[in-house]
Design a protein around this ligand. Structure first.
Ligand SMILES: N[C@@H](CCC(=O)N[C@@H](CS)C(=O)NCC(=O)O)C(=O)O
Length: 228
């Protein structure tokens, strides 16, 4: 059976959503990143990047959340435009836009707002600005159409959902008012039974909640290591 290594963080949650949307059978294997499971040799053997998520599907191992979304969409032939369709190019562009822009910039904005030991105005503003800019691009597109690729719900919407549920964490409590179209999509997806099952999966395992010294040591190794 397909193995899904996960935690409740945004990147694994988009894959949990896709697995549930496809109705695939899978074994969920919790990786408690605050306890350091991502650095254990048996996990590094499937994901040398020491991050979640990863799937192992028979002989095939796939890590990086958007690569997994694409793999599962191609495997099941679901939630992506047909091969040869001109929308296939759009799908790749927007999927990579989320992978290389929305995720990293909102992640860094959350990091500097919530976790950095010092509040550095330059870093706070740079990442908030970039997260905001990316969310605004999504919002403008969703002002013109229901889903990221038009009228059909695809893996791009799932990738957007993974990160954009955290708009308030990246930009502050009031920030949803700036992205009404993006909020409409996130709310619609959150109400889907598959999203509710994905969230329930996260809550099924008792992941370490405390962000104490052990968690910092495991997730933010740069606190203790100087590389340059
Ligand atoms: N590009 C990777 C990034 C994965 C990633 O950063 N995962 C985070 C959770 S969202 C993680 O594993 N954090 C634990 C750590 O940094 O130690 C993907 O899209 O899967």
């Amino acid at each position: 059976m397909l193995k899904f290594y996960y935690s409740g963080a945004p990147n694994p949650m988009k894959v949990a959503l896709m697995l549930e949307e496809c109705g695939l059978q899978y074994e969920a294997v919790p990786i408690d990143t605050r306890k350091g499971d991502q650095h254990k040799p048996e996990y590094l053997a499937v994901n040398p990047n020491a991050k979640v998520p990863t799937i192992v599907d028979g002989d095939v191992t796939v890590f990086d959340s958007n690569a997994i979304l694409l793999y599962l969409a191609e495997k099941t032939d679901k939630f992506l435009p047909p091969k040869g369709d001109m929308q296939r190019g759009e799908l790749l562009s927007w999927l990579m836009f989320v992978a290389s822009g929305v995720g990293p910039f909102s992640g860094q904005s959350i990091h500097f707002r919530q976790y950095a030991p010092e509040k550095i105005p330059y870093a706070l503003n740079r990442y908030a600005y970039e997260a905001h800019r990316h969310f605004a691009i999504l919002d403008a597109r969703l002002a013109k159409q229901k889903y990221m690729l038009g009228n059909t719900y695809t893996i791009v919407d799932m990738a957007v959902w993974g990160w954009c549920r955290l708009v308030p964490n990246a930009l502050g409590e009031q920030s949803w008012s700036k992205f009404p179209n993006l909020k409409r999509l996130v709310d619609e997806i959150s109400a889907r039974p598959a999203a509710q099952r994905a969230v329930a999966l996260r809550d099924k395992h008792k992941f370490k909640a405390d962000f104490d010294d052990e968690a910092k040591r495991n997730m933010f190794r740069h606190f203790h290591v100087q590389v340059a």
